[in-house]
Design a protein around this ligand. Sequence first.
Ligand code: ADP
Length: 243
Amino acid sequence: MTPVLELRAVTKVYGSGAVAVHALTGVDLSVNAGEMVAVMGPSGSGKSTLLTIAGSLEQPTTGDVLVEGTPLAGMSAADRARLRRRHVGFVFQDFNLLPGLTATENISLPLELDGVRARAATAAARRALDELGLADRAGAYPDELSGGQRQRIAIGRALVGERRLLLADEPSGALDTQAGESVMRLLRDACKRGAAAVLATHDAQLAAWADRVVFVRDGVAVDQSRPPAGPESLLAAGTEPSR
Ligand code: ADP
């Protein structure tokens, strides 16, 4: 089976010379359809960098990123943008809802940008709001919504349409435990329907929803689903999630 997402020996260096930051130093990661992988690690370990590179928002310094077997490096900028719009759902901390659009319009906009007719896009957005328990807020603007409601709308927007790859960065950041769990349930449902999800989080309870946990420390990813090499591996760095 071709993985939905594959990172091969990905490195990312910000800046150069004495001020260079090695955010990722050789990350291999493969995520199949239906699978949810949690990426855990201390602040500054490279989790967000990994997600932005996986979503083609940034390019790696070296190494390859493949989405459904296609290397992103070989694609034109326009094709990468189309891939992001159509197949990748981003759930990032700062929500990025457009203030001048209602909840429904915020969700339907990416579909419309992708050529779906307005009526069909609105209907899909209404269904998403219904699933999120926000049907009664369909006409509300972002500043009329609570942080948790905005977060759920951002998630609705990320999941609507035929997304194959879902990238979530601390998706429960502004949520209480119950709302955080409902977000995880939505991500899991999307995986059941065949999406692949990568979730960066500090929260071990959220990571417990994942099929696999990958720890990142100093730009290196350690996949905990692989059997440990021996007792000494238990003492290796990166086996303990940090907060
Ligand atoms: P995390 O998400 O685990 O907190 P990040 O991926 O945000 O970690 O950051 C990894 C490292 O890369 C940090 O040292 C951070 O300061 C640095 N970094 C991230 N983005 C940039 C950027 N755009 N320019 C320079 N350094 C960056």
